[in-house]
Design a protein around this ligand. Structure first.
Ligand code: MN
Length: 410
């Protein structure tokens, strides 16, 4: 009896033929970083498969790069060709003998940041998250600021500190000042938090001085990943007046190693929730077909225990609106630009994607199965965020996970 072919993947697999997420991997054999595609329990060495199947030279060149950036820059027609080729290599019997040797067990690979992050922008697109933070920080006033329903609020983050899942996160130090303290002091953050988010990877560039219309968003957005926007709430609350997040967030942002192609999410597209404010025309997506909402279900685990199941379907602003807004002033896009949704939070407590909301600023700590309680993160804590979405024909699309463990301050 011989072992089953790595090309035999059950139809209910999260990394099945309908998904084909891209990543960058290396093996202990030490042949450097290679572009890979997750398939079942294996990773397809995409460059090796292109050579083994005699793919055209331009396509082979895109897949033999050590990062996704050349493929990102190539644009949607190339993405469609590459996805078609990968599907054929993995599913057509005629390629079986050539492709089988190009599959490496996922357990045997190290995964790296899948692309060089160009610019990184983080939004604030969940109405529930924004309203909860308003209630916590501005009690007695309107939970949402007057601009919130007119534009997707965002800030520029630090691209250079985006790290791949599994990278430890050192507890940041900085200026801390609670409202009752007479003056700030300096030391390790005491209120270290997570933000469970969905990230969008820009492929095709756009020139400075131009805008990307809503209807052109899919020509620029290559794929979707998971992101944890680690946030030091004590540093953040003191420094973020009157400008946006800075050192409270720039120490680390974790990214999942697999980028799910937007093409894999056609069955996950849904109407965003009903909005009660008339959008300006450049943000008006009410006639968009297919719609830009995405039915992605997140799960947040703290030390292995599920603490939240945030629904991306509840997000007020869509990725297309974020992209249109990000470029409406003429700002350019570059391959590898990353923009994230902001904390994904639903209406109810178990669907909130940040500890500050789950514990109401630490005042209602979470009880963990080991008997300990958490308001915010302790050293040694590990947070893992995973997600799934509906795929075509009753299949499911997996996003893998983004995980990180907190190391003590240095
Ligand atoms: Mn965030």
């Amino acid at each position: 009896m011989h072992s089953p072919s790595p090309l035999t993947v059950p139809p209910d697999a999260l990394f099945g033929a309908h998904n084909l997420p891209y990543g960058v991997f290396s093996t202990a054999a030490g042949t450097g970083r290679r572009l890979g595609v997750a398939y079942g329990e294996h990773v397809l060495d995409a460059g090796a498969a292109a050579r083994a199947t005699g793919a055209p030279a331009d396509l082979t060149a895109l897949l033999t790069a050590p990062s996704l950036n050349p493929l990102l820059a190539a644009g949607r027609p190339a993405w469609t060709r590459v996805r078609g080729a990968l599907t054929e290599w993995l599913t057509a019997d005629g390629h079986r003998a050539a492709v089988e040797p190009c599959l490496v067990p996922r357990a045997d690979v190290s995964l790296h940041l899948p692309f060089e992050v160009a610019d990184y922008v983080d939004f604030y697109a969940s109405e529930h998250h924004a309203a909860n933070l308003g209630r916590i920080f501005r009690p007695g006033t309107e939970p949402l600021t007057p601009n919130w329903k007119h534009l997707p609020i965002g800030y520029h983050g630090r691209a250079g500190t985006v790290v791949v899942s599994g990278t430890p996160v050192v507890r940041p130090s900085g200026q801390r000042k609670a409202p009752a303290d007479p003056a700030p002091d300096y030391g390790p953050a005491r209120r270290l938090d997570i933000e469970a988010e969905v990230g969008f990877v820009v492929g095709a560039a756009s020139p400075q001085g131009s805008r990307v219309a809503l209807a052109d968003a899919d020509a620029h957005v290559f794929g979707v990943c998971l992101l944890n926007d680690w946030s030091a709430r004590d540093i953040q609350s003191w420094e973020t007046v009157p400008l946006g997040p800075f050192l409270g967030k720039s120490f680390a942002t974790s990214l999942s190693p697999w980028v799910v192609p937007l093409d894999a999410l056609s069955a996950a597209r849904i109407d965003p929730p009903a909005r009660d404010t008339e959008p300006l025309p450049y943000l008006d997506d009410r006639a968009a077909r297919p719609p830009y909402g995405l039915d992605i279900s997140l799960e947040v685990r703290l030390n292995g225990h599920v603490v939240a199941r945030p629904p991306f379907a509840a997000m007020y602003w869509t990725y297309a609106q974020m992209l249109a807004h990000m470029t409406v002033n003429g700002a350019s896009l570059r391959p590898g630009d990353l923009f994230a949704s902001g904390t994904v939070s639903g209406r109810d407590r178990p669907t909130r994607g940040a500890l500050i909301e789950l514990t109401w600023n630490g005042g209602q700590p979470l009880d963990l199965p080991d008997g300990s309680r958490r308001g915010f993160l302790e050293d040694g804590d590990e947070v893992a965020i995973s997600a799934t979405a509906p795929g075509p024909g009753g299949t499911r699309i997996g996003f893998g996970e983004v995980a990180g463990r907190i190391l003590p301050a240095r």
